[in-house]
Design a protein around this ligand. Structure first.
Ligand code: NDP
Ligand code: ZN
Length: 351
């Protein structure tokens, strides 16, 4: 079968592989709708080390082609939403704190696609622990809406959860690409007061306002923390980092209040180093929490997000402003995600 991925970092292209087979407790799927992620392009070009002969793709709505005999909730022909994080629910490491990173020896161990196996940019792809990871597409949720729960909505909302946003909090969201836009929407749903979005692309700025941003800051017009401090001299309750660079952590420390939260979901480069003056972190005694989190997955997480969409709390499909038709268009969608023209928010491929 054919798939699109990394031939060898940084070269991407079409790869020929054997169709995946069932191993037990799993399913083989055929994609119906796919979206490339910034993490696909970042990884493909060496952001996390060298990758080779790996099919990319981890945001998918798909049709079930085959299930192993143990699978109870799904059968051939079902249309399903596939979380980008598919924990192995039999792993003991899952009982230790957080399912997303659960693995005794490596972080992001529950992120199978991209990390340890072929992804969904293929004619067929494999999903482990299908009963506990897949979700039926609800009748009143569109394919595009569901597709945006797999990673964008789950990650953006996790940024908000880790920022412990309370009613009336003032929140800065650094980066208003698709992930940050979902963080803006999530902060509004959590009852934030001011939500300050940081970014410049006009389509993203417009959508940030629609999702709930009360102010927008252009990071090209001066340090973000200084601009925020002009608006909020006493500081900010929480900063969610969904874009920018390693220096965004320093900026966040300079604008967050004592007792505040800095919640990162941005993908830093493996060659980056983060360092900051201790005074900016209250000499280590300011009760300022810094947490970096990874997209929660599994069926229950996705069911919750779909329930919010079904009840019209949020429409994540507004992120999709570039659409392609046909399997072979995966390459164009991946390339545009890499090039990021200024009018792009997020592309989708319908197959
Ligand atoms: P985008 O590239 O679409 O958006 C990045 C945003 O950051 C844009 O708004 C951009 O502004 C802004 N930005 C760029 N440079 C700066 C700067 N110096 N200071 C402040 N803001 C800046 O990315 P995505 O939304 O697709 O993804 C965001 C990040 O999340 C990526 O690193 C991605 O890999 C990661 N990710 C993490 C996941 C997780 O589980 N933790 C899951 C999925 C993605 P402008 O408008 O000018 O472009
Ligand atoms: Zn991703």
């Amino acid at each position: 079968m054919k798939g699109f991925g990394v031939i060898k970092t940084p070269k991407t292209g079409w790869i020929e592989k054997k169709k995946p087979s069932l191993k037990g407790n799993d399913a083989i799927l055929r994609p119906i709708a796919l979206a490339p992620c910034s993490s696909d392009t970042h990884s493909a070009h060496g952001g996390a080390g060298v990758k080779e002969n790996l099919i990319l793709g981890h945001e998918a709505v798909a049709e079930v082609v085959e299930v192993s005999s143990e699978i109870k909730r799904f059968k051939k022909g079902d249309v399903v939403v596939v979380p980008c994080v598919t924990p192995d629910w039999n792993e003991v490491g899952l009982q230790d704190r957080n399912i997303n990173n659960a693995h005794d020896s490596s972080f992001m161990g529950s992120f199978k696609f991209l990390n340890s196996k072929d992804g969904s940019f293929a004619e067929f792809f494999h999903v482990n622990n299908a009963d506990a990871n897949l979700v039926h597409l609800p009748k009143n949720v569109t394919v595009d809406q569901a597709l945006m729960t797999c990673d964008m909505m789950s990650t953006g909302f996790y940024g908000v959860e880790n920022a412990r946003v309370k009613f009336g909090d003032n929140v800065v969201v650094i980066g208003i690409g698709p992930v940050g836009l979902m963080a803006v929407a999530g902060a509004k749903l959590q009852g934030a007061g001011h939500i300050i979005g940081v970014g410049t692309r006009p389509n993203c700025v417009e959508l940030a306002k629609k999702y709930g941003a009360s102010e927008i800051i252009n990071y090209k017009e001066g340090p973000v923390d200084e601009q925020v401090k002009e608006l909020f001299p006493n500081g900010i309750d929480s900063v969610i980092i969904a874009g920018g660079n390693a220096n965004s952590i320093n900026q966040a420390l300079r604008m967050v209040k004592p007792n505040g939260f800095i919640s990162n979901v941005n993908y830093f480069d493996s060659k980056d180093t983060i360092s900051f003056p201790t005074l900016e972190w209250g000499l280590g005694m300011g009760d300022i929490s810094i947490v970096g989190g990874f997209c929660p997955g599994g069926a229950k997480r996705i069911e919750r997000l779909l329930n919010m969409i079904a009840n019209k709390r949020v429409d994540p499909s507004l992120l999709l402003n570039k659409s392609y038709d046909g399997f072979e268009k995966i390459e164009d969608a991946f390339n545009i995600m890499h090039e990021k023209p200024r009018d792009l928010i997020k592309p989708v491929v319908h197959i």
